[in-house]
Ligand binder design. Structure first.
Ligand code: NCD
Length: 317
């Protein structure tokens, strides 16, 4: 997969493996610029004349809407396909490759979500226009991580020397897979991984990450959460990836953030993050806590991050 370094122009965005400190710094500077322009209510025409296809083969609300809004707020136009498995020629048996070859001719960039791990890479190999991975099965979700990293950076002013707790479905959760790759770019991060035993990080990914700068500690009980975390990153158990629903029922609410857990294991300077949707793993009483960033900062930063990323891919700064 092609590394980005400081040149985003016409690049596919498929995995956090493409990023290093330089590319993330460049993206953050662009987010800051977009934020300034945006808050002064300037009309942004960086994507004027561009058409972007949103091809979402899996359900999505936030990622879909935030990409759609980002394109439009930059003056671009969109072709939007949600659930093409139900609504497009795919239902008639059209191959994935044909679909991509058709859509690439209608637009300047494809943003794709797909249930299969590796599908975004497959699309990028076929398409002559750039492809942005908006989630591929239990693989990766790079733009979620970029907005998460920006949110952490905005709060703490650094992406190194952090103590982190990642909780929930670490086996199937693609946001966690990208996030760990992102955190491992920086020195001296310590990550506690809390999950039910059967939903721990895939062994291969664990070993890959372990060989980088970051230190990983797997824990299986809330009692083992250290009090000094900078942030908690919570995730939903990914029901749709289970072949047996009883297995899902057994683990779905194993770890829930409540005001009591925060009192027992949290601290005042930490923040709580979640890619959403949540389905019970953070109780709604936690929402009013100023440390809860999932319904506020992460959403706002999602839009700004995607605007910045799209303008860089189109060669605008
Ligand atoms: C996540 C996803 O789709 O991977 N949602 C999102 O895009 N913010 C998380 C999830 O579905 O649990």
């Amino acid at each position: 997969m092609k590394k980005i370094s400081t040149n985003f122009k016409n690049q596919d965005i498929l995995s956090l493996d493409q990023f290093d400190k330089k590319s993330i710094k460049k993206l953050f500077l662009t987010i800051d610029k977009i934020k300034k322009l945006f808050s002064s209510k300037r009309i942004l025409n960086l994507l004027k004349g561009k058409i972007i296809t949103l091809l979402f083969f899996e359900p999505s609300s936030r990622t879909f809407a935030s990409f759609s809004s980002a394109c439009k707020r930059l003056g671009g136009q969109t072709i939007e396909y949600q659930n093409p498995l139900q609504t497009s020629s795919t239902i008639k048996g059209e191959s994935f490759s044909d679909t991509i070859q058709v859509f690439e001719q209608y637009c300047d960039l494809i943003i794709m979500r797909h249930p299969e791990t590796g599908a975004a890479k497959k699309a990028a190999d076929i398409a002559s226009v750039p492809v942005v991975n908006a989630g591929d099965g239990s693989g990766e979700h790079p733009t979620q991580t970029l907005l998460d990293l920006y949110t952490v950076y905005e709060k703490f002013g650094r992406l190194n020397n952090l103590v982190i707790l990642i909780g929930g479905d670490l086996l199937y959760g693609r946001t966690v897979h990208s996030l760990l790759k992102g955190l491992s770019i920086y020195k001296n991060n310590l990550v506690y991984l809390l999950s039910p035993k059967n939903l721990c990080l895939p062994k291969e990914l664990f070993n890959e990450i372990k060989n980088r700068e970051v230190k990983l500690i797997e824990i299986y009980s809330e009692n083992d959460i250290p009090r000094n975390c900078d942030f908690w990153y919570w995730t939903r158990v990914q029901k749709e990836r289970f072949s047996n629903i009883d297995d899902y029922e057994k683990v779905k609410n194993k770890f829930v953030i409540t005001p009591e857990l925060l009192e027992k294991k949290g601290n005042q300077k930490m923040i709580i993050m979640h890619p959403l949707p949540r389905v019970g793993e953070i109780t709604i009483e936690v929402d009013k806590d100023p440390r809860a960033y999932y319904l506020r900062c992460q959403i706002k930063n999602g839009l700004l991050t995607r605007m910045a990323l799209l303008s860089l891919i189109f060669g605008k700064k």
